[in-house]
Design a protein around this ligand. Sequence first.
Ligand code: E4P
Length: 218
Amino acid sequence: MKYFIDTANLDQIKEAHDLGILDGVTTNPSLMAKEGIKGNEAVYKHYKTICEIVDGGDVSAEVVYTDFKSIVEQGKQLAAIHKNIVVKVPMIPDGVKAIKWFTDNGIRTNCTLIFSAGQAMLAAKAGAAYVSPFIGRIDDSGWDGIELIQQIANIFAIQGIESQILAASIRSSLHIIKCAEAGANVCTCPLDSIMGLTKHPLTDIGLAKFMEDAKKFA
Ligand code: E4P
């Protein structure tokens, strides 16, 4: 499974990249707004900086329009920023139409805001490189996000569908493990959830003992 970080914060992206495990980045308009970035020029510049930090990993950049023509126009601009930009398109009818247009024109897409297997199947049919089910938001509404990942993974395996399942809206380190188990190809996570994977109290206790004993032969 690949590890993406789900943020537009440059320090967090650098920290995950320095760990040596980062495969890519996802952003969305809310994450960009959180960083206080304003205006198309500044937003596009920010995407370029992110691409340069991850150097080689895919970076999802989301369109902020909902009609086919505007999605395609902005998607072309986003794709022109850097070869690793993947245009993030919402799961709406005009979005599906735009994903097909991007596919036919050699631009890779990530279909976002997926909450059902049917939505994932349609995005894949249109040629999305990634489909993004929002695990945490599904859990928040009393449904089981991991079950959706399992269902999509099962359908994609049976049907030989090549779109990557990008588990999004991750809330915990356990989510990451469960997504891997359920068959996600990629998990996009907050930095805390990634760092949480390094932690175990027995590791801390064991290390303290090793460091103490090391003093005996230093
Ligand atoms: C995915 O690409 C989205 O940016 C993200 O995972 C949404 O997560 P949230 O539900 O925590 O906002």
